[in-house]
Design a protein around this ligand. Structure first.
Ligand SMILES: C[S@@+](CC[C@H](N)C(=O)[O-])C[C@H]1O[C@@H](n2cnc3c(N)ncnc32)[C@H](O)[C@@H]1O
Length: 442
């Protein structure tokens, strides 16, 4: 016999007190019956009417939007972006919070993840509890930094470019995204008809004038003639293979960081905030203090950002091994670092390539894994290599905290942690943790 479907609670409204912030861009509240709500568009300490957007009776939690604010937090402002409201654009989470409050909320999330998943207080993690804005981003409330150098526009049924609604495939058509970097806005993607396209990614490189759009057509659709307000190179994503092909112009953009130029092809990974690459290189190098002649690993190395910075500092007698799974990114990393004979880049997954290298000892490790983190097996392997310091660059504090706990099992502790607001207005945050072997007898 099939179980009765549970009654959907979507559309139900509850008057609630908003509790603490949670990871993911929402706050926690409870209905008078004790049902947990994850409420977006709210701030801790507020009283709001929360309307359920997802969930049914008996669910572990419901998702909801604050649709009316009964008592506002002193941290609340009117969202500067007209598209940031319940049911609308899902790109930003904290448009309604003062900039300083956004960073405090992110700090609370990091602290909570460290406590829950790694059993660490901020002091024990060597962290002062602050989330530092990128250079130039400390703006008065109501002003929005234009930081996104890569914007993935979705296209609606009528060919208009927009952004996806929260947890939805629906498209919110927009005239302008406030957090898009000037170089992206200048392309005028929002003004053009993109009929037949599923998505259009716009890229404005940092430190060069390279501009690129990457088109993903709907099955069977013809590519449009791309006429934008500025010259761009155009790539196309193959609907079947997912491969990225050149349509016209260069198949890559040139990004500048740490005094070097990095070629990034085929829509491969590069930090989105224009100050991010330099900020992270500085934090990693200050944490590791590489010495001449050292041997270092750059894991999940992308197009070679940290490998290049390490190679510069360890000098001719040192060596760097980068490992990256993306084929195109590996080609770019080899090209970008071709002037360093002491750098080698291997293609494949860290978890399979690293054991195959036969390396048993290194001095330094940088790891910058995707959101899922490195995981227990890889962390155990890294802990066995005797590195004097490890820099962990993390875009998800939960994955970082989980991996920090695994590192402790392997005899490493966090000596210093720094957090950077490289994604203003959203809930995302970047951390750099520096780990060292636990002192013998400690
Ligand atoms: C957060 S990016 C970091 C890239 C680089 N460190 C940078 O700052 O530009 C993570 C990179 O890891 C790669 N990647 C994902 N899973 C991987 C795995 N299991 N092994 C190796 N590389 C992986 C992705 O292709 C991506 O380039």
């Amino acid at each position: 016999m099939q179980a009765e479907p549970k009654k959907s609670l979507v559309g139900e409204e509850y008057k609630v007190e908003i509790g603490p912030v949670a990871h993911g861009g929402h706050c926690i509240a409870r209905t008078s019956e004790g049902q947990v709500l994850f409420v977006r568009h709210a701030l801790p300490g507020e009283r709001v009417v929360a309307r359920v957007t997802e969930g049914e009776e008996g669910a572990r939690f419901l998702r909801a939007d604050a649709v009316r604010v009964l008592e506002a937090s002193k941290d609340r402002i009117d969202a500067p972006c007209p598209y940031a409201a319940p049911g609308r654009c899902g790109g930003c989470d904290w448009q309604h919070a003062k900039p300083g409050a956004q960073r405090r909320l992110k700090g609370e999330v990091i602290a909570e993840q460290l406590r829950r998943l790694a059993g660490l207080t901020p002091e024990e993690a060597g962290w002062d509890g602050t989330v530092v804005p990128a250079e130039g981003d400390k703006l008065p409330a109501g002003e929005v930094p234009a930081w996104r150098t890569r914007v993935q526009y979705a296209v609606d049924a009528s060919g208009r470019a927009g952004l996806r609604r929260h947890r939805s495939h629906e498209v919110e058509p927009i005239d302008h995204c406030m957090i898009a970097a000037q170089g992206v806005s200048e392309l005028g993607v929002e003004k053009r008809d993109w009929t037949g396209m599923d998505s259009v990614e716009a890229i404005a490189a940092t430190g060069s004038q390279d501009r690129q759009v990457i088109l993903t057509p709907k099955p069977g659709a013809r590519l449009p003639l791309v006429e934008l307000d500025r010259p761009v190179s155009v790539l196309r994503v193959d609907e079947k293979s997912g491969g990225v092909h050149r349509v016209h112009g260069r198949p890559f953009v040139r990004e500048r960081a740490d005094g070097r130029t990095y070629r990034v092809g085929g829509g491969g990974f590069w930090q989105v905030h224009p100050k991010a690459a330099d900020t992270l290189v500085t934090a990693v190098m200050q944490g590791l203090l590489p010495r001449k002649g050292e041997m270092a690993l750059d894991l999940y190395c992308g197009v070679g950002l940290f490998a290049g910075a390490l190679a510069d500092r360890i000098g001719e007698k040192g060596a760097v091994l980068g490992i990256e799974s993306g084929k195109r990114a590996v080609e770019d990393a080899r090209h970008n670092l071709a002037d360093f004979p002491r750098v080698r880049i291997e293609q494949g997954k860290v978890e399979s390539v690293l054991p195959r290298t036969g390396i048993t000892e290194v001095d330094l490790i940088v790891l910058d894994p995707p959101r899922t983190g490195a995981g227990r097996g890889t962390v155990a392997h890294l802990s066995s290599l005797g590195a004097r310091r490890i820099a962990y660059v993390a875009c998800d504090p939960a994955a970082l905290a989980r991996d920090v706990a695994y590192f402790r099992e392997g005899g490493y502790q966090v000596r210093m942690l720094r957090a950077f607001d490289l994604f203003p207005m959203t809930h995302h945050v970047e951390c750099v943790a520096i780990l060292e072997p636990v002192a013998k007898g400690a």
